[in-house]
Ligand binder design. Structure first.
Ligand SMILES: NC(=O)c1ccc[n+]([C@@H]2O[C@H](COP(=O)([O-])OP(=O)(O)OC[C@H]3O[C@@H](n4cnc5c(N)ncnc54)[C@H](OP(=O)(O)O)[C@@H]3O)[C@@H](O)[C@H]2O)c1
Length: 308
């Protein structure tokens, strides 16, 4: 039986634990409060509507899990926390194991690849794109707010046998793809539109499609992102990207985006890894991205203003 560890047991980490429940995964956290919650509830609690499902797990604080032990380590932390999580992942994963970074944005997976190449070069480093909606209620309890898919793959290379095997222990809608880039970038484009606009307007997702002037900004964000994606040689899995963004904004119309939730709660946002990543890569590729640049600065300004 494969040994699985999950680093970070917020919303996504808890859902992953639920998906891997058949093999009793190990979960790793950095705040003791999670250990106390797991002991108190008899596991992690994942809510589906009115139903609470308790997932039995082994659990450790960062630094306490056995070294070189796990076949698969999933990283489910916010993009800005990637470095610490990858450090721990590289300590506990077997030399020929796999690390899967399940995250929004661009930058975290690249960092994990780089760190693994210098410390455990035989480890496979894959990305995971999740389209479920999950909310953390409090330590040890999360609610699934929307069903979706988990898409897993390496960047620009085909999955090997060990990556294909994730489907043997992950339940739910899981796909292993030939290249994760098209899926990661499609989600990035959607997030680059919905997250900053809803955050700056303090409005639910439907503001993006229901207000004409806001939709015009959405078109500019997508236009800049597509120029970059084209230059990077990535072929997105849908042809009509604007239509796709519109459908996602409509389908999630009454949702409060994760970035707006972060700002309302006084937490840091992932803007540097979403619109900020578009700006950084556009600059490196001699492409202009003034709208993404302005939005990045505005969201960073808002974060700072709320801290003053
Ligand atoms: N929620 C969703 O519906 C959803 C859907 C798709 C994609 N995503 C993406 O998935 C990623 C994770 O999001 P999330 O919603 O799960 O965030 P979250 O609820 O904030 O959970 C992140 C967890 O990681 C923990 N953590 C951070 N650094 C750590 C470390 N070094 N070692 C151990 N634990 C560590 C945090 O611990 P503390 O609590 O102690 O800070 C927190 O519990 C983000 O990139 C997000 O954009 C989220």
């Amino acid at each position: 039986m494969a040994s699985i560890a999950i680093i970070g047991i917020g919303a996504v980490g808890s859902l992953l634990a639920y998906m891997a429940r058949r093999v009793k995964p190990t979960v790793i956290y950095r705040s003791r409060i999670y250990g106390e919650a797991i002991r108190c509830f008899g596991g992690l609690v994942v809510q589906f509507g009115d139903e609470d499902r308790v997932v039995e797990v082994d659990h450790y604080m960062v630094g306490d899990a056995p070294e070189n032990y796990y076949d698969y380590v999933f990283i489910a932390v916010k993009a800005y926390d990637t470095r610490g999580a990858v450090d721990e992942a590289l300590r506990i994963v077997r030399d020929n194991g796999v690390i899967v970074v399940v995250q929004n944005g661009v930058g975290g997976l690249e960092l994990a690849e780089k760190m693994a190449a210098s410390r455990k070069p035989r480890v496979g480093v894959a990305g995971g794109v999740l389209t479920y909606g999950v909310t953390r209620i409090r330590a040890g309890i999360v609610a699934v707010t929307g069903l979706g898919k988990l898409i897993i793959g390496y960047r620009r290379r085909k999955p090997d046998e060990r990556l294909m095997r994730v489907k043997e222990f992950l339940e739910g809608s899981v796909r292993v793809v030939e290249d994760i880039e098209p899926y990661r970038w499609l989600k990035l484009v959607v997030n680059a539109v919905i997250n900053p606009l809803t955050t700056l307007l303090n409005a639910p997702n439907r503001v993006v499609v229901e207000v004409d002037s806001i939709w015009r900004i959405a078109e500019m964000i997508v236009g800049e992102a597509l120029a970059l994606i084209d230059k990077l040689g990535i072929k997105l899995p849908v042809d009509d990207v604007l239509g796709y963004v519109k459908r996602v904004a409509e389908a999630t119309g009454n949702n409060i985006s994760s970035m707006l939730q972060d700002v309302r709660a006084g937490r840091r946002t992932e803007i540097d890894f979403i619109n900020g990543a578009i700006v950084r890569l556009a600059r490196e590729n001699d492409i202009d991205a003034p709208v993404n640049s302005l939005l990045t600065l505005l969201v960073k300004g808002l974060e700072e203003w709320r801290r003053i």
